[in-house]
Design a protein around this ligand. Structure first.
Ligand code: TXA
Ligand code: MG
Length: 316
């Protein structure tokens, strides 16, 4: 298989990527959360190429990236809560699920049969430049093979997708390192569908009330992508470890981790841990058979880190 072409995400790279998006091809590009595998969200055939490249067994709905909130409002039924959240957190690692407008020009494939669309305004300047030059909404899931750990570097994308992706724009490691937080605004109350790179507490403060999680609520339909075992490294994972047992490699957290071990954040900073999570899992997965992960507090970005770790720890 040929290696994918990797270009620096400079003016030349972005012009090339934008032209490819406009002509219905797929391109991997950096966002502040993880690398995305993008296609013109108004082009069915282009969106279908994303599913083919990822090897997705089913058609999970995709996040549509747009340049700003007014652009989003052209596609979905906007709400008051959406106004509040968009004003406070866009551009940034927050995805809002809203009802499609009747004449919504987005491909039905991005919704995978649902009457809603997940939409987000990315903060990464290169993602913004690509949106501006392509002049299209861009559908993009994380740029990894289905079921694998999300990519936070161009090298991760190349290793996971190979020549399935014709072009990767490289702009170094992603700042946030975890996928966006997904909030469902289609019902009477906002629901957390996926904990992610924006802390739930910050969202709750912005709207002045607590938000229920679809992960705890058996009555609420889950976000389709949250049903599968996801974020799977090859090695096995043991969580809430105090120390590594014989044969295990430790993934530490905080100052209590033995010095010399791979540490998500030696100072115990959850934002730093989030940014390091996937890169360290990728790295350990190359050599370790069994990974023991130290306990991560269930607050702030710790919720999303623990969510990804629990999924990664599930076998079969
Ligand atoms: O940070 C991110 O969100 C990255 C970057 C590239 O933006 N994208 C990403 O996309 O993580 P993906 O496809 O790996 O995850 C999208 C999540 C899935 O859990 C999916 O089920 C959910 O969003 N989703 C998408 N559309 C939805 C919809 N209409 N209703 C409910 N959930 C939806
Ligand atoms: Mg993904």
């Amino acid at each position: 298989m040929n290696a994918p072409r990797i270009m620096a995400a400079d003016a030349t790279g972005i012009a090339e990527a934008a032209a490819m998006i406009r002509s219905g091809q797929i391109v991997a590009f950096p966002t502040e959360t993880v690398y995305g595998l993008g296609a013109d969200a108004t082009n069915d055939a282009a969106v279908a190429k994303i599913f083919a490249a990822k090897g997705r067994p089913d058609f999970n709905p995709l996040i549509v990236h747009v340049k700003d909130a007014p652009a989003a409002r052209g596609y979905v039924r906007w709400t008051e809560t959406a106004t509040t959240l968009a004003a406070r957190f866009w551009p940034g690692p927050l995805t809002l699920v809203l009802k499609r407008l009747p004449d919504c020009p987005l491909s039905l494939l991005v919704s995978a049969g649902l009457p809603s669309v997940a939409i987000r305004v990315p903060a990464h300047p290169l993602a913004q430049a690509l949106l501006a030059q392509a002049d299209r909404p861009i559908a993009a899931p994380s740029a990894n093979r289905s079921g694998a750990v999300s990519p936070t570097t161009a090298a991760h994308v190349a290793a996971s997708l190979g020549a399935q992706v014709p072009l990767i724009l490289d702009s170094g490691p992603c700042l946030v390192g975890l996928e966006s937080t997904v909030i469902d605004l289609t019902g009477p109350e906002p629901i957390l569908l996926r904990p992610g790179g924006l802390a739930l507490e910050a969202i709750e403060i912005a709207i002045g009330r607590s938000i229920a999680s679809a992960l705890d609520d058996t009555n609420h339909p889950k976000s389709p992508g949250m049903l599968e075992r996801h974020y799977a490294p090859r090695a096995s994972l043991r969580l809430d470890a105090e120390a590594a047992k014989p044969g295990e490699t430790l993934l530490g957290f905080g100052p209590v981790a033995p010095s010399g071990s791979v540490n998500l954040s030696p100072t115990g900073n959850l934002d730093e841990a989030a940014a390091n999570l996937f890169a360290m899992l990728h790295r350990l997965d190359e050599s370790a058979e069994r990974i023991a992960v130290m306990q991560i507090p269930e607050v702030g970005l710790g919720r999303a880190i623990n969510d990804r770790l629990r999924r990664a720890a599930k076998r079969g």
